[in-house]
Design a protein around this ligand. Structure first.
Ligand SMILES: [Zn+2]
Ligand SMILES: [Zn+2]
Length: 263
């Protein structure tokens, strides 16, 4: 038996672009056969609802509202709900799993981490970092930033990407680096939670806490991806129209063109 999980989901309470409150997602995900969902609202530098002028504790409370709402409804209806977040740098986004509200309350510095610090500290405290949709080329992105040393895994399939080639490139990139891959819906509204656009990961073991997901990511033991047919198939003619910046572990740009990297 395999257990299905959503890994990338936004609520209207905590993501400014989210259209559906946490509790409304529960019955639909249950109906599609999911065992659980991980709420990943936009974090401090992302499209968050929580007002940044609030004192940190209040900000954290506000940020967790969508998750709390989903978790309460999940507990009533029988769907496991876990906590994570999605942080943004220069159009490049990272899903962070394994740290919770209590941890956040004690660590306001999380709001100003660099990419390298994010990786170091999340690792230190037992979590993991997954780069979300690394090859997305939507209007709001002017450069693709890749930091292969600062992630534990790559989100190969993201249902919010409007071109299949972005996912094919992400999967290829992860394979070249030997990094584990994940899949998620990047859901912002209930209407998109349906066959074909609801992605996720399969695990062999039921998650008890978010630490179980972190372990599956870090050990490369995710049992499979739920994605649409051919979503990550790499053909070799995928195009990257944006400039690409690849950094090494010290943050220095690597002078290598992407095509030769992926070839
Ligand atoms: Zn969003
Ligand atoms: Zn997202």
């Amino acid at each position: 038996m395999k257990y299905l999980y959503e890994t990338h989901l936004h609520t209207s309470q905590s993501s400014a672009c989210g259209e559906t409150p946490g509790h409304e997602y529960i019955s639909r995900y249950k109906a599609l056969g999911y065992t659980g969902i991980i709420i990943t609202d936009h974090f401090y530098r992302g499209n968050t609802v929580a007002d940044r002028s609030l004192p940190w504790e209040k900000w954290v409370d506000r940020f967790c509202r969508g998750f709390e709402d989903a978790r309460e409804a999940g507990a009533r209806q029988g769907l496991d709900v876990f906590f994570g977040w999605e942080e943004t740098f220069e159009g490049d986004d990272y899903l962070v799993y394994g740290l919770d509200r209590q941890w956040l309350l004690k660590h306001p510095e999380a709001a100003s981490w660099t990419r390298a610090e994010q990786y170091q500290w999340v690792s230190h405290f037992g979590g993991c970092v997954v780069q979300a949709h690394p090859f997305r080329q939507h209007y709001y992105i002017d450069c693709i930033h890749l930091s292969p040393e600062w992630v534990h895994a790559v989100e190969a399939a993201n249902a919010g990407n409007n071109e299949q080639s972005y996912d094919a490139l992400a999967k290829r990139y992860a394979e070249k680096l030997g990094l584990p891959v994940t899949a998620g819906s990047d859901i912002h509204r209930l209407a998109d939670v349906k066959e074909g656009t609801a992605f996720g990961v399969y695990l062999d073991k039921k998650m008890e806490t978010i630490a179980d997901y972190v372990e599956a990511v870090k050990t490369g033991t995710i049992a499979g991806l739920r994605i649409s047919e051919g979503r990550c198939d790499y053909r070799g003619n995928e195009r990257v129209k944006l400039p690409v910046r690849i950094r090494d572990k010290r943050g220095r740009p690597i002078r290598q063109d992407l095509e030769s990297f992926l070839a």
